[in-house]
Design a binder for this molecule. Structure first.
Ligand code: ADP
Ligand code: MG
Length: 251
């Protein structure tokens, strides 16, 4: 399968420390790819390089073959590389459904402010947008709370809602930054199930995750970092048995 995203020799230094050290891998245009590693392995730094929060010291990020290394997060989003946040960033006073609709408007009007300022954007939202927003809520298992304000949803549901809103922008690849952080076991399982469903719809997902169990259950391919370097890559089954991976996690 063709690669939607390619990380080519990515390196990021902070002073004398090399947080990400010559990391290369590619993400297929469908399925779940996960980056894991112990604390300090360089996961967040790599995520930021890919999302565009900051540039790599060396190396390149290619999206569908186009070099997007130097683009800002908003520009990358326009190219179809969309991220969620570790801290949920929803419009708390809007309903779940309205939050997802904002995602569609972000794409169609070219900006959040434009979407919010457009006179009557909210009332004139096409039936089509409503229907598609409801379908996304169904995909993430939130149909029952569609008309509830985001503020009253439990944390796990807010996470799922953020994912639905990100999907509304129709990304070519969705980046998830430790989506299970702060979730209880039940919420975490629901999230894992949802991520699988999204992938089954033909989406590409790149997941940066500390929770080894979540990754092993849902990833098609796993990339393992330790001290900034890629120490293993393969199926969850293969990576689990890899000597270097076992040592990194136990050590
Ligand atoms: N802004 C920064 N300035 C200096 N050092 C940093 C910065 N961000 C991360 N680091 C260091 O880079 C290494 C990798 O960190 P990080 O990417 O946060 O790892 P992980 O997310 O896997 O825990 C760590 O040693 C960390 O202390
Ligand atoms: Mg981190």
């Amino acid at each position: 399968m063709s690669a939607i995203l390619e990380i080519r020799n990515a390196t990021r230094r902070f002073g004398g420390l090399t947080a990400v050290d010559n990391v290369s891998f590619s993400v297929p245009s469908q399925g779940v790819t996960a980056v894991i590693g112990p604390n300090g392995a360089g996961k967040t730094t790599l995520f930021n390089i890919i999302a565009g929060t900051f540039a790599p010291s060396e190396g390149a990020i290619l999206l569908a073959g186009t070099d997007v290394t130097a683009l800002k997060p908003e520009e990358k989003a326009k190219h179809g590389l969309v991220r969620t946040f570790q801290l949920v960033k929803l419009f708390q006073s809007l309903t779940a459904l309205e939050n997802v609709k904002v995602g569609f408007h972000l794409r169609t009007t070219g900006g959040l402010l434009a979407a919010l300022l457009r006179p009557g954007w909210f009332r004139t939202a096409e039936a089509d947008v409503e229907e598609r927003a409801l379908a996304l809520l169904d995909l993430v298992g939130l149909s029952a709370v569609a008309r509830k304000p985001a503020s009253i949803l439990p944390y796990g549901q807010q996470r799922l809602l953020e994912i639905a809103r990100a999907l509304a922008t129709e990304p070519r690849i969705l980046l998830l930054d430790e989506p299970a952080a702060g979730l209880n076991a039940e919420e975490s399982e629901k999230l894992a199930h949802t991520i699988r469903r999204i992938a089954a719809q033909g989406k590409a997902i790149l997941l940066i995750e500390h929770d080894m169990k979540l990754v092993m259950d849902i990833a098609d391919e796993v990339v393992v970092l330790d001290y900034g370097r890629k120490i293993a890559q393969g199926t969850p089954e293969a990576v689990k048995l890899d000597r270097a991976v076992i040592d990194a996690y136990l050590g």
